[in-house]
Design a binder for this molecule. Structure first.
Ligand code: HEM
Length: 313
């Protein structure tokens, strides 16, 4: 088997139908899933060209394992991470290897088992409210429905009930603009990314405003550090006893990067997973009718889940 850390680019086959200058950007933008699936026939690795850059696609489970486990060699970086860092800085999911251990130690208390039940209750309440707003026969954009559900629930788990309705509305709108623009910006060459189109202006405004909103929330929390039983409280209070440089707590910039990481990283992933779960339930009525489990304990009889499912997905 190939060792991914020593493979040279020339020894790896290039995916078919690369266009001059654009490379594989068009099929990736038009139908990313179909394009990625078409690469699974390659046994180990395949090269994909994104404009002037080349990416290596790993197609083999053992090689994938090497890449995930050897984070000193396969550190996070390159043009895709650069684009993500424009928004979430050096948070836990984007920071390079030398920063990662410290950030892990500081973020871990936020996910302590004693905290999880509280987050779960917030999500369960949000799900009840959302499902309660649907009526039989409604035609729903289920991805959008799940995005609003997870964005609101994530905001509440992170910042408890302390946000003003206007702040929440602004953050929701800015997040939606950023997420929509994200993928396209990743694929656009640097020169074109600087062209001041209306789309770019909207993206820049949304990014700056969301950063300012998060900075505002952090400043308020620093001024009133009592435990609000939310993610931000645990991040503000976290202490790294193993700190080598005397920086035992997260700075304001680090706090903002982590808050944006959890917010943006936890929202779309969860929304898309839920949208697919609902789609599968809607297309498998037997499973949908089967008795569900009581979420408060394994094996206990409970209500069917979900109570309602949109007719159209
Ligand atoms: C179904 C939902 C989710 C999926 C499919 C998902 C997927 C992933 C994947 C594949 C990674 C590894 C990325 C890599 O190593 O490059 C990751 C890491 C991460 N995710 Fe998620 N995620 C989900 C939910 C969440 C939520 C709810 C949060 C925050 C509240 C979150 C925050 C993070 C963070 C901070 C990391 C980086 C961890 C580290 O490097 O130590 N994710 N996620």
């Amino acid at each position: 088997m190939t060792d991914t850390s020593t493979a040279t680019a020339a020894s790896v086959p290039l995916a078919p139908r690369a266009l001059p200058l654009l490379g594989h950007a068009l099929p990736l933008l038009r139908d990313p899933l179909a394009f990625i699936m078409s690469l699974s026939d390659y046994r180990e690795m395949v090269r994909v060209r994104l404009g002037p850059s080349t990416a290596m696609m790993i197609c083999d489970p053992d090689l994938t394992r090497q890449v995930f486990l050897n984070d000193r060699v396969f550190d996070k970086g390159g043009p895709i991470y650069d684009r993500i860092r424009e928004v979430i800085g050096d948070g836990l999911s984007t920071c390079p290897y030398p920063l990662h251990r410290r950030q892990r130690r500081l973020c871990q208390p936020s996910f302590h088992p004693t905290r999880l039940a509280g987050y779960g209750a917030v999500f369960a309440r949000a799900a009840e409210v959302k499902a309660g707003s649907w009526r039989d026969g409604d035609v729903l954009d289920i991805t959008q429905e799940m995005m609003t559900l997870t964005t609101r629930a994530t905001m509440e788990t992170m910042f408890s009930g302390s946000l003003l309705a206007e702040t929440m509305r602004r953050a929701l709108a800015d997040t939606s603009t950023i997420v929509t623009a994200f993928f396209r910006r990743m694929m656009t060459p640097a020169l074109l990314r600087r062209v001041p189109t209306p789309r770019k202006r909207r993206y820049d405004q949304a990014r700056n405003r969301l950063s300012a909103t998060i900075a505002e929330i952090i400043a308020e929390r620093r001024a009133d550090p009592t435990d609000h039983a939310d993610l931000l409280s645990t991040l503000v209070a976290a202490v790294d006893e193993e700190s080598q440089d005397g920086q035992k707590q997260l700075s304001d910039t680090e706090l903002a990067d982590e808050a944006l990481t959890f917010f943006l990283g936890g929202m779309e992933t969860t929304a898309i997973t839920l949208a697919w779960a609902l789609h599968l339930l809607a297309t498998n009525p037997d499973v949908q009718r089967a008795p569900g489990r009581d979420p408060s304990g394994p094996g206990r009889a409970g209500r069917s889940t979900p109570r309602t499912c949109p007719r159209s997905t």
